[in-house]
Design a protein around this ligand. Structure first.
Ligand code: DMJ
Length: 500
Protein backbone atom coordinates (compact mmCIF):
# COMPACT_ATOMS: atom_id res chain seq x y z
CA UNK A 1 0.00 0.00 0.00
CA UNK A 2 2.86 2.36 0.93
CA UNK A 3 4.59 1.65 -2.36
CA UNK A 4 1.39 2.27 -4.33
CA UNK A 5 0.91 5.56 -2.57
CA UNK A 6 4.50 6.55 -3.19
CA UNK A 7 4.23 5.90 -6.91
CA UNK A 8 0.84 7.53 -7.11
CA UNK A 9 2.07 10.63 -5.39
CA UNK A 10 5.53 10.84 -6.93
CA UNK A 11 4.29 10.18 -10.47
CA UNK A 12 4.50 13.89 -11.22
CA UNK A 13 6.25 15.72 -8.45
CA UNK A 14 5.89 19.11 -10.10
CA UNK A 15 2.16 18.70 -10.54
CA UNK A 16 1.78 17.27 -7.08
CA UNK A 17 3.39 20.24 -5.35
CA UNK A 18 1.42 22.68 -7.50
CA UNK A 19 -1.80 20.89 -6.64
CA UNK A 20 -0.93 20.64 -2.98
CA UNK A 21 -0.65 24.40 -2.63
CA UNK A 22 -3.44 25.30 -4.95
CA UNK A 23 -6.41 26.75 -3.03
CA UNK A 24 -9.12 25.34 -5.25
CA UNK A 25 -7.54 21.95 -5.09
CA UNK A 26 -7.36 22.15 -1.29
CA UNK A 27 -11.08 22.87 -1.12
CA UNK A 28 -11.69 19.96 -3.45
CA UNK A 29 -9.68 17.63 -1.22
CA UNK A 30 -11.54 18.91 1.82
CA UNK A 31 -14.90 18.19 0.21
CA UNK A 32 -13.77 14.68 -0.76
CA UNK A 33 -12.60 14.04 2.77
CA UNK A 34 -15.94 15.22 4.13
CA UNK A 35 -17.89 13.04 1.76
CA UNK A 36 -15.86 9.90 2.16
CA UNK A 37 -15.51 10.14 5.87
CA UNK A 38 -12.69 10.70 8.31
CA UNK A 39 -10.92 7.38 7.61
CA UNK A 40 -9.57 8.67 4.31
CA UNK A 41 -8.14 11.90 5.67
CA UNK A 42 -4.89 10.46 7.10
CA UNK A 43 -4.34 8.66 3.80
CA UNK A 44 -4.74 11.86 1.80
CA UNK A 45 -2.50 13.81 4.15
CA UNK A 46 0.16 11.11 3.86
CA UNK A 47 -0.16 11.32 0.08
CA UNK A 48 0.33 15.10 0.13
CA UNK A 49 3.31 14.80 2.45
CA UNK A 50 4.98 12.26 0.17
CA UNK A 51 4.21 14.47 -2.85
CA UNK A 52 5.93 17.39 -1.19
CA UNK A 53 8.94 15.22 -0.29
CA UNK A 54 9.20 13.96 -3.85
CA UNK A 55 8.98 17.49 -5.19
CA UNK A 56 11.78 18.64 -2.92
CA UNK A 57 14.03 15.93 -4.30
CA UNK A 58 13.25 16.83 -7.90
CA UNK A 59 15.54 19.38 -9.58
CA UNK A 60 14.08 22.89 -9.59
CA UNK A 61 12.09 23.58 -12.70
CA UNK A 62 11.19 26.89 -14.28
CA UNK A 63 7.52 27.60 -14.00
CA UNK A 64 5.74 27.25 -17.31
CA UNK A 65 5.74 30.60 -19.04
CA UNK A 66 2.26 31.97 -19.05
CA UNK A 67 0.74 33.63 -22.10
CA UNK A 68 1.60 37.25 -22.52
CA UNK A 69 -1.51 38.22 -24.37
CA UNK A 70 -1.47 41.88 -23.42
CA UNK A 71 -0.21 42.86 -26.85
CA UNK A 72 -2.62 40.84 -28.97
CA UNK A 73 -2.05 40.73 -32.68
CA UNK A 74 -4.84 42.02 -34.88
CA UNK A 75 -5.96 40.09 -37.95
CA UNK A 76 -4.55 42.93 -40.01
CA UNK A 77 -1.09 42.58 -38.42
CA UNK A 78 -1.11 38.84 -38.95
CA UNK A 79 -2.15 39.28 -42.58
CA UNK A 80 0.71 41.75 -43.07
CA UNK A 81 3.22 39.30 -41.61
CA UNK A 82 1.90 36.48 -43.80
CA UNK A 83 2.22 38.76 -46.85
CA UNK A 84 5.81 39.66 -45.90
CA UNK A 85 6.78 36.01 -45.51
CA UNK A 86 5.16 35.24 -48.88
CA UNK A 87 7.18 38.07 -50.40
CA UNK A 88 10.40 36.62 -49.02
CA UNK A 89 9.48 33.19 -50.33
CA UNK A 90 9.10 34.81 -53.76
CA UNK A 91 12.46 36.49 -53.37
CA UNK A 92 14.18 33.17 -52.66
CA UNK A 93 12.23 31.32 -55.35
CA UNK A 94 13.06 33.99 -57.95
CA UNK A 95 16.74 33.59 -57.05
CA UNK A 96 16.42 29.86 -57.65
CA UNK A 97 14.58 30.51 -60.92
CA UNK A 98 17.18 32.95 -62.17
CA UNK A 99 20.37 31.14 -61.18
CA UNK A 100 19.55 27.48 -60.57
CA UNK A 101 16.48 26.62 -62.65
CA UNK A 102 16.25 22.88 -63.27
CA UNK A 103 18.91 22.06 -60.65
CA UNK A 104 18.65 20.77 -57.10
CA UNK A 105 19.58 23.86 -55.12
CA UNK A 106 20.52 27.52 -55.39
CA UNK A 107 23.96 28.70 -54.33
CA UNK A 108 22.90 32.13 -53.08
CA UNK A 109 26.33 33.80 -52.84
CA UNK A 110 28.00 32.61 -56.04
CA UNK A 111 24.63 32.80 -57.84
CA UNK A 112 25.03 29.33 -59.21
CA UNK A 113 23.64 25.90 -58.37
CA UNK A 114 24.35 22.55 -56.78
CA UNK A 115 23.17 19.08 -57.78
CA UNK A 116 23.34 16.51 -55.00
CA UNK A 117 24.27 13.54 -57.19
CA UNK A 118 25.86 15.24 -60.19
CA UNK A 119 22.52 15.17 -61.98
CA UNK A 120 19.39 16.98 -60.89
CA UNK A 121 16.43 15.42 -59.09
CA UNK A 122 14.72 18.82 -58.81
CA UNK A 123 15.01 18.87 -55.02
CA UNK A 124 14.02 22.53 -54.64
CA UNK A 125 11.13 22.55 -57.15
CA UNK A 126 9.55 19.40 -55.67
CA UNK A 127 10.18 20.44 -52.06
CA UNK A 128 8.79 23.96 -52.65
CA UNK A 129 5.70 23.13 -54.71
CA UNK A 130 3.16 22.64 -51.92
CA UNK A 131 4.33 25.86 -50.23
CA UNK A 132 3.55 27.71 -53.47
CA UNK A 133 0.11 26.13 -53.56
CA UNK A 134 -0.60 27.02 -49.93
CA UNK A 135 0.62 30.59 -50.45
CA UNK A 136 -1.63 30.95 -53.50
CA UNK A 137 1.33 31.53 -55.84
CA UNK A 138 -0.52 30.16 -58.83
CA UNK A 139 1.85 31.19 -61.64
CA UNK A 140 4.88 29.88 -59.77
CA UNK A 141 3.15 26.60 -58.95
CA UNK A 142 2.09 26.16 -62.58
CA UNK A 143 5.62 26.77 -63.89
CA UNK A 144 7.01 24.48 -61.21
CA UNK A 145 4.62 21.67 -62.15
CA UNK A 146 5.53 22.05 -65.83
CA UNK A 147 9.22 21.78 -64.98
CA UNK A 148 8.60 18.66 -62.90
CA UNK A 149 6.46 17.12 -65.63
CA UNK A 150 8.99 17.90 -68.36
CA UNK A 151 12.28 17.13 -66.65
CA UNK A 152 11.91 14.94 -63.58
CA UNK A 153 13.05 11.39 -64.19
CA UNK A 154 14.13 8.83 -61.63
CA UNK A 155 15.53 6.48 -64.23
CA UNK A 156 19.09 7.36 -63.27
CA UNK A 157 22.09 5.23 -62.42
CA UNK A 158 22.82 6.99 -59.12
CA UNK A 159 22.93 5.93 -55.46
CA UNK A 160 20.60 8.18 -53.50
CA UNK A 161 19.99 8.52 -49.79
CA UNK A 162 16.74 6.68 -49.16
CA UNK A 163 15.74 8.90 -46.22
CA UNK A 164 16.37 12.29 -47.85
CA UNK A 165 14.74 11.30 -51.12
CA UNK A 166 11.75 9.89 -49.27
CA UNK A 167 11.08 12.88 -47.03
CA UNK A 168 11.80 15.57 -49.63
CA UNK A 169 10.78 14.08 -52.98
CA UNK A 170 8.31 11.31 -52.17
CA UNK A 171 6.71 13.48 -49.48
CA UNK A 172 6.68 16.55 -51.74
CA UNK A 173 5.13 14.71 -54.68
CA UNK A 174 2.44 13.15 -52.50
CA UNK A 175 1.36 16.31 -50.72
CA UNK A 176 1.35 18.30 -53.96
CA UNK A 177 -0.71 15.56 -55.56
CA UNK A 178 -3.21 15.77 -52.73
CA UNK A 179 -3.36 19.56 -52.93
CA UNK A 180 -3.64 19.81 -56.73
CA UNK A 181 -5.14 16.49 -57.84
CA UNK A 182 -2.51 16.37 -60.63
CA UNK A 183 -2.20 12.62 -61.43
CA UNK A 184 1.28 13.10 -62.92
CA UNK A 185 2.58 13.79 -59.42
CA UNK A 186 1.17 10.55 -58.06
CA UNK A 187 2.59 8.61 -61.02
CA UNK A 188 6.03 10.07 -60.29
CA UNK A 189 5.66 9.19 -56.60
CA UNK A 190 4.71 5.61 -57.47
CA UNK A 191 7.68 5.28 -59.83
CA UNK A 192 9.99 6.66 -57.15
CA UNK A 193 8.50 4.38 -54.48
CA UNK A 194 9.13 1.28 -56.63
CA UNK A 195 12.75 2.33 -57.18
CA UNK A 196 13.34 2.92 -53.45
CA UNK A 197 11.81 -0.39 -52.31
CA UNK A 198 15.01 -2.48 -52.74
CA UNK A 199 16.53 -0.40 -49.92
CA UNK A 200 14.44 -2.46 -47.49
CA UNK A 201 15.90 -5.80 -48.61
CA UNK A 202 18.26 -6.25 -45.69
CA UNK A 203 18.26 -9.31 -43.40
CA UNK A 204 16.52 -7.26 -40.68
CA UNK A 205 14.11 -5.29 -42.88
CA UNK A 206 15.77 -2.06 -41.78
CA UNK A 207 16.71 -0.16 -44.96
CA UNK A 208 20.20 0.38 -46.29
CA UNK A 209 21.28 4.02 -46.41
CA UNK A 210 21.69 4.25 -50.21
CA UNK A 211 19.84 2.68 -53.12
CA UNK A 212 20.59 2.91 -56.83
CA UNK A 213 17.51 4.30 -58.58
CA UNK A 214 18.15 2.37 -61.80
CA UNK A 215 19.59 -0.95 -60.68
CA UNK A 216 18.17 -1.31 -57.16
CA UNK A 217 21.67 -2.03 -55.81
CA UNK A 218 22.15 -0.97 -52.20
CA UNK A 219 24.94 0.17 -49.92
CA UNK A 220 25.47 1.69 -46.49
CA UNK A 221 24.93 -0.76 -43.61
CA UNK A 222 25.40 1.72 -40.77
CA UNK A 223 22.24 3.71 -40.32
CA UNK A 224 20.30 5.44 -37.57
CA UNK A 225 16.77 5.45 -36.11
CA UNK A 226 15.71 8.61 -37.97
CA UNK A 227 16.69 7.26 -41.38
CA UNK A 228 15.21 3.84 -40.64
CA UNK A 229 12.08 4.93 -38.82
CA UNK A 230 10.95 8.07 -40.66
CA UNK A 231 9.57 6.56 -43.85
CA UNK A 232 6.07 5.40 -42.95
CA UNK A 233 4.21 8.70 -43.43
CA UNK A 234 5.38 8.79 -47.06
CA UNK A 235 5.34 5.08 -47.92
CA UNK A 236 2.11 4.60 -45.99
CA UNK A 237 0.38 7.45 -47.81
CA UNK A 238 1.69 6.12 -51.14
CA UNK A 239 0.31 2.74 -50.20
CA UNK A 240 -3.14 4.13 -49.43
CA UNK A 241 -3.23 6.25 -52.60
CA UNK A 242 -2.05 3.49 -54.96
CA UNK A 243 -3.66 0.52 -53.21
CA UNK A 244 -0.29 -1.26 -52.96
CA UNK A 245 0.16 -2.68 -49.43
CA UNK A 246 3.87 -3.41 -49.98
CA UNK A 247 4.80 0.23 -49.37
CA UNK A 248 3.08 0.35 -45.98
CA UNK A 249 4.35 -3.04 -44.93
CA UNK A 250 8.04 -2.42 -45.70
CA UNK A 251 8.19 0.98 -43.98
CA UNK A 252 6.18 -0.21 -40.99
CA UNK A 253 8.42 -3.23 -40.55
CA UNK A 254 11.49 -0.97 -40.55
CA UNK A 255 9.93 1.19 -37.83
CA UNK A 256 8.98 -1.82 -35.72
CA UNK A 257 12.43 -3.43 -36.15
CA UNK A 258 14.23 -0.38 -34.80
CA UNK A 259 11.72 -0.08 -31.94
CA UNK A 260 12.20 -3.76 -31.10
CA UNK A 261 15.89 -3.09 -30.61
CA UNK A 262 15.28 -0.49 -27.92
CA UNK A 263 17.13 -1.01 -24.65
CA UNK A 264 15.56 -2.47 -21.50
CA UNK A 265 14.86 1.11 -20.35
CA UNK A 266 13.10 1.91 -23.63
CA UNK A 267 15.68 4.03 -25.47
CA UNK A 268 17.32 3.71 -28.88
CA UNK A 269 20.93 4.51 -29.77
CA UNK A 270 22.49 6.64 -32.50
CA UNK A 271 23.95 4.15 -35.00
CA UNK A 272 22.93 0.59 -35.86
CA UNK A 273 24.04 -2.01 -38.39
CA UNK A 274 21.01 -2.86 -40.55
CA UNK A 275 22.37 -6.31 -41.46
CA UNK A 276 23.25 -7.57 -37.97
CA UNK A 277 20.81 -5.40 -36.01
CA UNK A 278 23.61 -4.58 -33.54
CA UNK A 279 24.02 -1.11 -32.07
CA UNK A 280 27.27 0.64 -32.95
CA UNK A 281 26.74 3.83 -30.95
CA UNK A 282 24.56 3.56 -27.83
CA UNK A 283 24.15 7.32 -27.35
CA UNK A 284 20.50 8.24 -26.99
CA UNK A 285 19.03 11.72 -27.56
CA UNK A 286 16.30 13.52 -29.54
CA UNK A 287 18.64 15.25 -31.99
CA UNK A 288 19.59 14.63 -35.62
CA UNK A 289 19.86 10.91 -36.38
CA UNK A 290 17.06 9.98 -33.99
CA UNK A 291 14.65 12.97 -34.00
CA UNK A 292 12.05 12.07 -36.60
CA UNK A 293 11.86 8.42 -35.46
CA UNK A 294 9.92 9.68 -32.43
CA UNK A 295 8.00 12.14 -34.57
CA UNK A 296 6.80 9.34 -36.87
CA UNK A 297 5.71 7.05 -34.05
CA UNK A 298 3.28 9.73 -32.91
CA UNK A 299 2.26 11.02 -36.33
CA UNK A 300 1.66 7.56 -37.84
CA UNK A 301 -0.62 6.72 -34.94
CA UNK A 302 -2.63 9.82 -35.91
CA UNK A 303 -2.49 9.60 -39.72
CA UNK A 304 -3.13 5.88 -40.07
CA UNK A 305 -4.87 5.24 -36.73
CA UNK A 306 -2.13 2.65 -36.29
CA UNK A 307 -2.41 1.16 -32.80
CA UNK A 308 1.11 -0.33 -32.87
CA UNK A 309 2.52 3.13 -33.50
CA UNK A 310 0.44 4.54 -30.67
CA UNK A 311 1.75 1.89 -28.28
CA UNK A 312 5.34 2.38 -29.42
CA UNK A 313 5.01 6.16 -29.06
CA UNK A 314 3.66 5.89 -25.51
CA UNK A 315 6.48 3.60 -24.38
CA UNK A 316 9.08 5.79 -26.05
CA UNK A 317 7.92 9.17 -24.77
CA UNK A 318 7.79 7.83 -21.22
CA UNK A 319 11.42 6.67 -21.50
CA UNK A 320 12.50 9.96 -23.07
CA UNK A 321 10.90 12.03 -20.35
CA UNK A 322 12.35 9.82 -17.65
CA UNK A 323 15.95 9.59 -18.87
CA UNK A 324 16.66 12.18 -21.58
CA UNK A 325 14.67 15.19 -20.37
CA UNK A 326 16.77 17.46 -18.17
CA UNK A 327 14.75 19.96 -16.11
CA UNK A 328 17.51 22.34 -14.99
CA UNK A 329 17.24 25.56 -13.01
CA UNK A 330 17.59 27.47 -16.31
CA UNK A 331 14.84 25.57 -18.06
CA UNK A 332 13.90 22.27 -19.63
CA UNK A 333 16.38 20.69 -22.05
CA UNK A 334 16.95 17.21 -23.51
CA UNK A 335 20.42 15.71 -23.13
CA UNK A 336 22.52 12.77 -24.39
CA UNK A 337 22.46 9.59 -22.32
CA UNK A 338 23.54 5.97 -22.58
CA UNK A 339 20.61 4.00 -24.02
CA UNK A 340 21.19 1.06 -21.63
CA UNK A 341 21.79 2.83 -18.34
CA UNK A 342 20.34 6.31 -18.80
CA UNK A 343 23.67 7.74 -17.59
CA UNK A 344 24.25 11.30 -18.80
CA UNK A 345 26.89 11.63 -21.55
CA UNK A 346 26.65 15.30 -22.48
CA UNK A 347 24.40 18.34 -22.32
CA UNK A 348 24.14 19.40 -25.95
CA UNK A 349 21.07 20.90 -27.57
CA UNK A 350 20.73 22.50 -30.96
CA UNK A 351 18.72 23.63 -33.95
CA UNK A 352 17.59 20.08 -34.76
CA UNK A 353 16.37 19.35 -31.21
CA UNK A 354 14.06 22.35 -31.49
CA UNK A 355 11.49 20.21 -33.36
CA UNK A 356 10.52 18.50 -30.13
CA UNK A 357 8.12 21.11 -28.70
CA UNK A 358 6.02 20.58 -31.85
CA UNK A 359 5.84 16.85 -31.18
CA UNK A 360 5.10 17.38 -27.49
CA UNK A 361 2.35 19.87 -28.35
CA UNK A 362 0.83 17.48 -30.88
CA UNK A 363 0.84 14.75 -28.26
CA UNK A 364 -1.05 17.01 -25.83
CA UNK A 365 1.87 17.75 -23.49
CA UNK A 366 1.62 21.52 -23.71
CA UNK A 367 3.43 22.08 -20.44
CA UNK A 368 6.69 20.47 -21.56
CA UNK A 369 6.22 21.89 -25.06
CA UNK A 370 6.03 25.44 -23.73
CA UNK A 371 9.02 25.00 -21.42
CA UNK A 372 11.24 23.46 -24.08
CA UNK A 373 10.25 26.13 -26.58
CA UNK A 374 11.41 28.78 -24.11
CA UNK A 375 14.82 27.06 -24.02
CA UNK A 376 14.98 26.98 -27.82
CA UNK A 377 14.04 30.64 -27.91
CA UNK A 378 16.83 31.42 -25.47
CA UNK A 379 19.21 29.55 -27.76
CA UNK A 380 18.12 31.79 -30.65
CA UNK A 381 18.09 35.13 -28.85
CA UNK A 382 21.44 34.58 -27.08
CA UNK A 383 23.22 34.75 -30.43
CA UNK A 384 20.68 36.52 -32.67
CA UNK A 385 20.31 33.26 -34.63
CA UNK A 386 20.38 29.73 -33.21
CA UNK A 387 23.59 27.72 -33.56
CA UNK A 388 23.56 24.17 -34.86
CA UNK A 389 24.47 23.07 -31.31
CA UNK A 390 25.44 24.43 -27.91
CA UNK A 391 26.21 23.09 -24.47
CA UNK A 392 23.23 24.22 -22.40
CA UNK A 393 25.12 23.86 -19.13
CA UNK A 394 27.41 26.72 -20.19
CA UNK A 395 25.48 28.22 -23.13
CA UNK A 396 28.70 27.94 -25.15
CA UNK A 397 28.45 27.04 -28.82
CA UNK A 398 29.76 23.64 -29.88
CA UNK A 399 28.77 23.88 -33.61
CA UNK A 400 28.45 27.46 -34.81
CA UNK A 401 26.60 27.20 -38.15
CA UNK A 402 22.96 27.87 -39.05
CA UNK A 403 21.61 25.91 -42.02
CA UNK A 404 18.35 27.90 -42.43
CA UNK A 405 16.70 25.17 -40.40
CA UNK A 406 12.94 25.18 -39.71
CA UNK A 407 12.52 23.26 -36.46
CA UNK A 408 12.26 26.18 -34.04
CA UNK A 409 9.68 27.85 -36.30
CA UNK A 410 7.81 24.58 -36.74
CA UNK A 411 7.43 24.34 -32.96
CA UNK A 412 6.31 27.96 -32.78
CA UNK A 413 3.60 27.21 -35.33
CA UNK A 414 2.33 24.16 -33.41
CA UNK A 415 2.35 26.00 -30.10
CA UNK A 416 0.42 28.92 -31.55
CA UNK A 417 -2.06 26.54 -33.15
CA UNK A 418 -2.73 24.71 -29.91
CA UNK A 419 -2.58 27.64 -27.45
CA UNK A 420 -3.50 30.75 -29.43
CA UNK A 421 -0.97 32.65 -27.30
CA UNK A 422 0.45 35.75 -28.95
CA UNK A 423 3.86 35.01 -27.42
CA UNK A 424 4.38 32.63 -30.33
CA UNK A 425 3.47 35.27 -32.90
CA UNK A 426 6.07 37.50 -31.24
CA UNK A 427 8.64 34.69 -31.38
CA UNK A 428 7.91 34.18 -35.08
CA UNK A 429 8.59 37.84 -35.72
CA UNK A 430 11.95 37.59 -33.95
CA UNK A 431 12.92 34.67 -36.22
CA UNK A 432 11.72 36.41 -39.38
CA UNK A 433 13.54 39.65 -38.54
CA UNK A 434 16.79 37.75 -37.86
CA UNK A 435 16.48 35.77 -41.08
CA UNK A 436 16.05 38.93 -43.09
CA UNK A 437 18.81 40.74 -41.25
CA UNK A 438 21.48 38.05 -41.35
CA UNK A 439 20.67 35.51 -44.05
CA UNK A 440 19.12 37.48 -46.93
CA UNK A 441 21.22 37.97 -50.05
CA UNK A 442 20.29 39.64 -53.30
CA UNK A 443 19.80 36.19 -54.86
CA UNK A 444 17.91 34.47 -52.04
CA UNK A 445 18.80 33.35 -48.51
CA UNK A 446 22.10 31.92 -47.31
CA UNK A 447 23.04 29.60 -44.45
CA UNK A 448 25.45 30.99 -41.86
CA UNK A 449 28.92 29.61 -41.31
CA UNK A 450 28.96 31.09 -37.84
CA UNK A 451 26.09 32.60 -35.88
CA UNK A 452 28.45 34.76 -33.82
CA UNK A 453 30.23 36.40 -36.75
CA UNK A 454 27.17 36.01 -39.02
CA UNK A 455 29.48 35.02 -41.88
CA UNK A 456 27.37 33.49 -44.67
CA UNK A 457 27.73 30.16 -46.47
CA UNK A 458 26.95 29.57 -50.15
CA UNK A 459 24.03 27.25 -49.48
CA UNK A 460 20.24 27.41 -49.57
CA UNK A 461 18.81 23.99 -48.68
CA UNK A 462 15.50 23.03 -50.27
CA UNK A 463 13.94 22.76 -46.81
CA UNK A 464 14.16 26.53 -46.45
CA UNK A 465 11.32 26.78 -48.99
CA UNK A 466 9.61 23.54 -48.02
CA UNK A 467 9.64 24.05 -44.26
CA UNK A 468 11.13 27.21 -42.80
CA UNK A 469 9.08 29.68 -44.81
CA UNK A 470 6.00 27.42 -44.92
CA UNK A 471 5.72 27.17 -41.14
CA UNK A 472 6.45 30.88 -40.79
CA UNK A 473 3.70 31.68 -43.29
CA UNK A 474 1.18 29.30 -41.70
CA UNK A 475 1.90 30.83 -38.29
CA UNK A 476 0.30 34.10 -39.46
CA UNK A 477 -2.03 32.94 -42.25
CA UNK A 478 -5.73 32.38 -41.54
CA UNK A 479 -6.43 28.94 -40.04
CA UNK A 480 -8.50 28.12 -43.12
CA UNK A 481 -5.25 28.05 -45.17
CA UNK A 482 -4.51 24.65 -43.68
CA UNK A 483 -6.11 23.08 -40.63
CA UNK A 484 -3.64 21.09 -38.57
CA UNK A 485 -6.51 18.90 -37.43
CA UNK A 486 -7.02 17.76 -41.02
CA UNK A 487 -3.42 16.95 -41.95
CA UNK A 488 -0.24 15.38 -40.65
CA UNK A 489 3.04 16.98 -41.75
CA UNK A 490 5.87 14.70 -42.70
CA UNK A 491 9.26 15.65 -41.30
CA UNK A 492 9.90 17.87 -44.34
CA UNK A 493 6.65 19.83 -43.71
CA UNK A 494 4.69 18.16 -46.48
CA UNK A 495 1.08 17.89 -45.29
CA UNK A 496 -0.65 14.53 -45.81
CA UNK A 497 -4.41 14.24 -45.71
CA UNK A 498 -6.20 11.14 -44.58
CA UNK A 499 -8.40 10.56 -47.64
CA UNK A 500 -8.81 6.83 -47.13
C1 DMJ B 1 14.87 18.45 -42.89
O1 DMJ B 1 15.31 17.78 -44.02
C2 DMJ B 1 13.92 17.62 -42.07
O2 DMJ B 1 13.19 18.44 -41.23
C3 DMJ B 1 14.64 16.56 -41.28
O3 DMJ B 1 13.77 15.86 -40.44
C4 DMJ B 1 15.73 17.18 -40.43
N1 DMJ B 1 16.58 18.03 -41.18
C5 DMJ B 1 16.04 18.98 -42.12
C6 DMJ B 1 15.76 20.34 -41.55
O4 DMJ B 1 16.60 20.78 -40.61
Amino acid sequence: MGQILLELCCGSAENAIKAAFDGARRNYLRSIAKTLGKQLLPLLLLCLAISAACAQEAPPVNASPRPNDKAKWTDQQKAEMAASVRQEFLHAWNGYRQYAWGHDELRPLSKSYRDWYGTSLLMTPVDALDTQVLMGLKDEARADRELIDKSLSFDKDIYVKNFEITIRLLGGLLSSYQLTGDPRLLALADDLGERLLPAFNSPTGMPYVFVNLKTGAVRGVESNPAEIGSLLIEFGTLSKLTGKPVYYDKAKRALVEIYNRRSPIGLVGSIINVETGKWIDPTSHISGGIDSYYEYLLKCSILFHDKDCERMWKTSIAALNQYVADPTPTGLWYAQVNMNTGARISTHYGALDAFFPAVLALSGDLDRARRLQESSYKMWTTFGVEPEELDYSTMKITYPGYELRPEIIESTYYLYYFTGESRYLDMGKTFFDSLQKYCRTDAGYAALLNVETKEKRDNMESFFLAETLKYLYLLYAPKSTLDLHQVVFNTEAHPMQRTW
